[in-house]
Design a protein around this ligand. Structure first.
Ligand code: SF4
Length: 1011
């Protein structure tokens, strides 16, 4: 085992003094060490995890007399080495804050204040509200008479703040109630990452992990300001830079990330596809691609069917009435054996390689420069530096975050980065990949556990009314290949879905009753149940009540006036929170008479991170355990306990009274009390009967050793197949591991396979079989991820244990795509098989220079909001607004605005603008200005800065301004939400709103008001 900090202390007997010395991962000054030692003398130490960004920094929590007295970075944590950013460093003040909610609070309809209640009263009434609503509005069938077993008038929102174990019991409860309006923060932060990356490679997750960024030779940071928003990530960017990597930052504004990069390239928000399309053209024209990789591992040689065309911005198969494509027109050509036809010489005019060339031929430097506002010199600077990695011995990584996702082309922004990486051979290798920097603390884990209407845990589509039997459903969603060299791992879907149903319904789920498939609520096909539509239906009075945990939608959803008004009209709402925020207190926001708001509000005080056990999954899929260090403050409880109690109280009511379709609730195999450790075992899954695999026999109740053992006959359970293998009989809960041991080969690339556990099967670099040639020899022996030696793989856990392609029994490396190849041409997304530049829904241009199609033809437009969309080049709103986070605040700021040190550093809403725009508008630095759009207006303090410069777009000056999205009215008096002005338009694949580009105007406020 590698020597951890604790191991070192034991060996040296250094005790508390040594502990203090090591705390920050550096040798602190003796005085500081002595002070730290005194502070924690006699204290117990626990490992917890920072509840903010997806780096998931481990922290040491010290507790004396049952109270948390110190929270500091954990020097054994391989990502941070003990460092913390400003938010992590404020955890003590957040945990002990006098602002914490410590008692259940009830607000009666029309009341002007909260009342304190006890838990029993609250839970009994919450259960009654849920049951009454469900009984009243339960729908057994839809308009076509198909069985759907759902309730539409009730919602659940949130939360990426919950642990994986809490998410698992929450998901089970929501489906049992029949709720379909079910969504959480992933929708509004990283929902495009899943369909984009899955379409390219087969899985929707960050391909590599944080430490691996240090292995890169070139780093393109685009749509992310990671130095400020994922600070510990940036440590690995700097490490790579120190080793000689070139670091480029392409982003609308100059930031700390730009300052530490070799160069910053400002770009007009919403034009990333034009920028990257130009890069594709550059790669193809200058033959910068890694030819062997592209030919063998991508679908460059696949032949596309004759029905596929692309003309003037539109792909074939578009239905203008439905605003949808018929994707069957983009299918590949197959031979008589049903295998995709290929032209390995890349000569066929319809092979993907030639279609790609043709598609991006229009993306020449002149046009790209005019649209993006990036000079030709800067374009070439990035293209040349980054594309130099298209060779076996070089690695380039791309880092992105919300700057790419929050657009009406969010999915295609990310898809296009996937095309670049495939051409350059940068997937599966150390220092390569696409590193999606996830947003909230456990948004990776809660997406895996699918707190989203469209998925069941483990990325299985939620059944629609079209699939009335399990057989029909599995047939529709289980891909088939006729190529014997393709592993087609999703062909195992039936095993994972049946194991999930067995987990949910236990012995009630049998083969004869389709494993209780009929108890799972069915959506209507083509209906969108995500945030924007939930609030639209709420606004129209169709949604009456619901649950909202660890989420602040009355601050964080675009077109917030409408959202807040919709929330006013709810009959009841149950919320679990650590602090008051704009949503909990919406009924008493400025300008509203509480007496006119009829909503009955149940506000449940939630435990904070260091007060509970459980796991989170960081962006790199590291599944890590955090320990309960102290009892929850006051009467607060962890959310897992709340969900389990709500479910069991509703269950008891149904058992006693009966009601609408009680079976999903009464037949659920649901815990009687919440125990994170027990739920972790359920997530992994157990055998339900005695099963023999090879020479080994497993007894009923024994843990399944990994998802290859899951079965579709009901003999196994697993609440999430991705996590199966993370909890074993032999080694216990692997998320708790702290082993820093590495082989010399693993140490060269910082793999840390013994630290915590990573899904799937502890694989640290996804698609790692593409890091070797057809014989299993590493393309870059200096940074080997895996290698085929003496008939077996060594290094990381191989992505599919089969031999390399050229060996007997060899298979293609991309095991999660149907045909075993990564996809340059992706026929499965709503808005085209190749990314195409379209202007944002609100644009200063009057014409799209790339085609006659101005916007994404499939983008989601909420009908009742159409009159809130500015016209192209609307002279009333000539300025582009983009939005972002801050180092000191996180997401809506509802937690961090309660930490005095963070508020002192970033105390108020502001709008960043160039000197040129400020001069044009007569605004001085520090003036209060009004920012206005067609949706509304908000106040902000002017920050006049050189960090934002005017763009030259199509020969005209275009101004861009930026505002943080972390401030709201509830506290302190620092300005209200930027979402007063943002636009409610969605990407067609996931309906993520276009927060990053809308049109506004601004002017100096004549008098400062509280808006
Ligand atoms: S916010 Fe992110 S980088 Fe900062 S301490 Fe927390 S996990 Fe680490």
């Amino acid at each position: 085992m590698g020597v951890t900090r604790r191991g070192f202390l034991k060996l040296t007997g250094a005790g508390a003094a040594g502990l203090a010395l090591a705390r920050f991962g550096i040798a602190p000054a003796p005085v500081a060490a002595y002070a730290a030692q005194l502070k924690i003398e006699g204290a117990k130490e626990f490992i917890s995890i920072c509840p903010f960004c997806s780096c998931g920094c481990n922290v040491l929590v010290h507790v004396r007399d049952g109270k948390i007295i110190s929270v500091e970075g954990d020097p054994d944590f391989p990502i941070s080495g003990g460092g913390l950013c400003a938010k992590g460093a404020s955890l003590l003040s957040l945990h002990t804050s006098p602002q914490r909610l410590t008692k259940p609070l009830y607000r009666a309809p029309g009341a002007t204040d909260w009342e304190e209640k006890d838990w029993d009263w609250m839970m009994e009434r919450v259960a009654r509200r849920i049951k009454d609503q469900r009984d009243k509005d339960f729908k057994a069938t839809n308009a076509e008479g198909k069985v759907v077993n759902r309730v539409e008038s009730m919602f659940h929102l949130g939360s990426s703040q919950v642990s994986n174990e809490e998410a698992a019991v929450l998901h089970q409860m929501v489906r049992a109630f029949g709720i379909v309006h079910f969504d959480h923060q992933a929708r509004i932060c990283h929902s495009p990452s899943v369909p984009a990356l899955a379409e390219c490679f087969g899985r929707g997750a960050m391909t590599n992990h944080y430490n691996d960024i240090g292995n890169a030779d070139a780093i393109l940071i685009m749509g992310s300001n990671c130095a400020e928003h994922h600070p510990m990530t940036f440590k690995w960017v700097i490490k790579a830079k120190e080793k000689g990597a070139v670091v480029m930052h392409v982003d609308p504004k100059f930031s700390r990330t730009s300052a530490r990069s070799h160069f910053h390239v400002p770009i007009r928000s919403g034009t990333d596809i034009a920028f990257l399309g130009g890069m594709i053209k550059y790669i193809l024209e200058n033959k910068k691609y890694f030819a062997e990789y592209m030919l063998e591992y991508t679908n460059a040689s696949f032949i596309v069917g004759e029905k596929y065309t692309f003309k003037d911005g539109m792909f074939s198969g578009f239905d203008p009435k439905k605003k949808k494509y018929d994707k069957s027109q983009w299918a590949f050509e197959k031979d008589s054996k049903g295998r995709v036809k290929r032209d390995r010489n890349l000569q066929h005019p319809r092979c993907v390689f030639n279609l790609l060339k043709e598609h991006y031929d229009r993306y020449d430097l002149d046009r790209v420069s005019q649209v993006t506002g990036v000079s030709k010199e800067n374009l070439l600077r990035v293209y040349e530096a980054y594309c130099a990695t298209g060779r076996p011995d070089k690695a380039g990584t791309i880092i992105y975050a919300l700057g790419w996702t929050q657009h009406s082309v969010g999915v295609q922004n990310i898809r296009l980065s996937g095309l670049v990486q495939q051409l350059l051979g940068n997937i599966g290798i150390a220092g390569g990949g696409i590193n999606a920097l996830r947003g909230e603390p456990n948004v990776q884990g809660t997406t895996d556990h699918a707190l989203l209407y469209g998925y069941l845990p483990g990325y299985h589509s939620t059944p629609t009314a079209n699939y009335q039997t399990l057989g029909d459903y599995l047939k529709a969603y289980t891909p088939v290949t006729n190529d014997p060299m393709s592993i087609n791992w999703w062909g195992n879907r039936p095993k994972y879905v049946v194991s999930l149903l067995k987990s949910w319904y236990g012995d009630n789920a049998t083969k004869e009753n389709d494993f209780c498939y009929s108890l799972v609520p069915k959506m209507d096909p083509g209906v969108d149940y995500s945030h924007l539509y939930i609030f639209d239906r709420m606004y129209k009075g169709e949604i009456k009540g619901g649950l909202c945990f660890g989420h602040n939608p009355c601050q964080s959803i675009p077109n917030i006036h409408k959202v807040r008004k919709a929330w006013d009209d709810l009959d009841w709402v149950v919320m679990g929170e650590v602090f008051h925020n704009e949503t909990t207190d919406n009924w008493r926001r400025p300008g509203i008479d509480p007496k006119t708001v009829k909503t009955e509000v149940f506000l449940l005080p939630s435990a904070y991170r260091a007060e509970k056990d459980g796991t989170i999954s960081n962006s790199g899929r590291w599944h890590m355990w955090h320990y309960k260090a102290a009892e929850p403050l006051g009467m607060s409880r962890n959310m897992g306990e709340m969900f389990v109690e709500i479910m069991n109280r509703v269950k008891a009511l149904y058992a006693k009274e009966g009601g609408a379709f009680p079976e999903p609730i009464l037949k659920a195999d649901y815990p009687e009390a919440f125990d994170a450790e027990a739920v972790a075992r359920r997530i992994n899954g157990v055998f339900t009967t005695e099963v023999t695999v090879g020479k080994k026999t497993y007894k009923r109740g024994q843990l399944v050793p990994g998802f290859p053992h899951l079965k579709d006959d009901g003999s196994t359970t697993s609440m999430n197949w991705l996590y199966c293998g993370g909890y074993t009989e032999e080694e216990g809960n692997l998320a708790k591991r702290r082993d820093l041991t590495q082989t010399p080969m693993q140490a060269r690339i910082g793999l840390y396979p013994g630290f915590a556990w990573a899904w799937p099967m502890n694989r640290r670099v996804l698609y790692n079989r593409a890091s070797v040639d057809k014989n299993g020899k590493p393309f870059n022996p200096d940074k080997t991820v895996i290698a085929w030696q003496d008939g077996k793989w060594i290094g990381d856990v191989p992505d599919g244990g089969y031999p390399p392609m050229a060996q007997e029994g060899g298979k293609y490396p991309f095991i999660m795509t149907t045909e075993g190849h990564s996809q340059l041409f992706g026929p499965g997304r709503e808005d085209g098989p190749f990314p195409e530049h379209y202007e944002p829904a609100e644009t200063p241009l009057t014409k799209n220079p790339f085609s006659g199609q101005m916007h994404n033809p499939c983008m989601k437009v909420i009908e009742s909001d159409v009159d809130k969309l500015a016209a192209h080049g609307d002279p009333r709103f000539p300025i582009v607004l983009t939005t972002y986070s801050l180092t000191e605040h996180w997401c809506s700021g509802s937690e961090t605005r309660n930490a005095p040190p963070l508020l002192e550093a970033e105390p108020q809403q502001y709008v960043e603008m160039s000197h040129e725009l400020a001069k044009e508008k007569g605004i001085q630095n520090g003036d209060v200005v009004i920012v206005e759009s067609l949706r509304g207006k908000t106040e902000a303090v002017a920050m006049v800065t050189v960090r934002i410069r005017p763009f030259n777009v199509m020969g005209k000056t275009t101004h861009l301004v930026g505002m943080p999205f972390c401030f709201g009215w509830s506290k302190p008096k620092c300005g209200d939400s930027t979402n007063r002005v943002t636009v409610s338009i969605g990407d067609p694949n996931t309906t993520i709103p276009e927060y990053k580009a809308c049109l506004v105007n601004l002017y100096k406020a004549e008098k400062v008001t509280e808006l």
